[in-house]
Ligand binder design. Structure first.
Ligand SMILES: [Zn+2]
Ligand SMILES: [Zn+2]
Length: 152
């Protein structure tokens, strides 16, 4: 699928506000789609429609969760890391990663389902283990595996 096919499909399930941080949305509104990586968008669509097939929630403003999609340099998480002199190369900063929850599935159930249906993934992904949300990103390790697991 091309980018111009993927985005209209994704709009059925996600508002752009849900996929980028509040700073980005405030400044760029609907143009914010341009910051999101095509492979990561395609992966999100396949997760929603083909692999998990349940409602997925990225940013949830009512729960003050606003850094689960794209994060900019103003985002607190990144600022904190800079303050501590830690290097931040998170996929969230490059529009390549998502943190997702579902009202219908636990994170563990989602990870299991993705493992089972990994052939449907359009690109290699990395998945974080032992967290109670699904972190999935499209950083490619070049190790010829569909899924690379990592610990926080
Ligand atoms: Zn931000
Ligand atoms: Zn994450």
């Amino acid at each position: 699928m091309t980018r111009s096919e993927i985005i209209p499909q994704l709009k059925k399930y996600f508002k752009i506000k849900e996929l980028v941080c509040p700073h980005t949305f405030k400044r760029h509104a609907d143009k914010s789609w341009m910051f999101l990586d095509t492979e990561a968008l395609h992966t999100l669509l396949v997760l929603r429609c083909d692999i998990l097939q349940v409602p997925l929630i990225c940013n949830d403003y009512s729960a003050e969760l606003t850094q689960r999609g794209l994060r900019c340099n103003l985002c607190e998480l990144i600022k904190d890391k800079t303050d501590r002199d830690e290097l931040s190369l998170t996929a969230h900063s490059n529009g390549k990663g998502w943190d997702l929850t579902s009202p219908e599935m636990t994170a563990e159930e989602m990870r299991k389902k993705i493992e089972e249906k990994q052939d449907l993934l359009p690109y290699p992904v990395r998945i974080e283990l032992k967290v109670n949300w699904l972190h999935i990103d499209c950083y490619d390790m070049g190790n010829s595996q569909k899924i690379t697991y990592f610990n926080p």
